[in-house]
Design a protein. Sequence first.
Length: 409
Amino acid sequence: MKILFVNHFPLTGSGSGVYTANLAKSLRDKGHECAIIFPDNRKEYEKYDGIELYPVFFKNKETIFGVGQADFNFPCFTTHPRSTFTYKEMTDEQWEIYEQMFRDKINEVINEFKPDIVHAQHIWALAGISAECCKEKGLPMVVTCHGTDLLGIMNEIERGVHRGSTLAAEAADYSFRIVSISTDNTALMNELLPEYKDKVEIIRNGADGSIFHKDDGVTRESVLSGLGVDTKYKKVVCFVGKLTPMKNVEGLLRAAVYYETPEVVTLIAGDGELREKLEALTEELGLKNIKFLGNQPHDILSKIYNIADCSTILSKREAFGLVAIEAMMCGAPLIASDHGALPEFVTEDVGILVDADKPKDIADAINTVLKGDKVFDRDHVAQKISGIFSQDAIIHEFENVYEQAISGC
């Protein structure tokens, strides 16, 4: 098969970008041909062997490097490590430019690549445009709901605006299947788009097992040294993700007041709109061992997970939480929010669920691991989660959906 993916965000720095890249790589390895259309604000972007990439360029801060590049950054639902510009901030003129740039690119790639099916990410603007283009060409399409798209729809409903949500309805209406990434995500989607619930199929997220896996050769000293962190620390707590309100890194910092000791370091990998505020809060709370690492490549994140005594994901709401899977595939037990999609797979043998609004409860759970009051079998954690959530373990489910859509079943 030839599959064309269309994504609202770059292929790194967002869950849907990583999801798309992982899917394409797994399908490539199974002999399928894949192409991806995506926005980017860098002239040099990630490349993947055997996958055709078609970027649509946007301005990065003040940088314009080519003809046809938009004079604004790519928009987001909340923020992205490389853009804080949101859909709700876009002017009508910017929306028109945005839509036309992608409509032109999608039509161009359909004509050049000649896909058998289009798989759009997010029930939102680009999925709606993809649906229009597919309808004209007689191509089947599926769309994945990632959760932040639903937040975008709710935001427009609250504001009485109908730009992205109108296109979202077109995407849902035309798609052969709507892939949802969790039961929790599906419940919200059925509430917002009840007329399409018969199209919904839950297919769990998958992580790249060639990158995220347990590696007994990784040492705490070598990883900390490589990150420029003092090797004196004996215990490691980590967070990986965007520094945005939804991710609740503030909750982790307030919990660190209770669990931080001279032997414990907390590594925070990621960037976003709240970084300066979180760094100021760290100082205000008198925390000494919080290390903000900025964005890190996946191979480094895998090493961080491998040395972490526990990883944390304390989001206010998480439609799935791909970083949670990546951490556990490396053997790191998870301290996770007890709401959203996380309770669907964070069982007592791989992690601890907590009330993410209570810093003392978070700290108690972390201390349970750090002090050895609860010992997790890291081999079991890695093997269990990899067996369920590695990309290779689920790719056949997507192949089945694509084949059904192409045959018109």
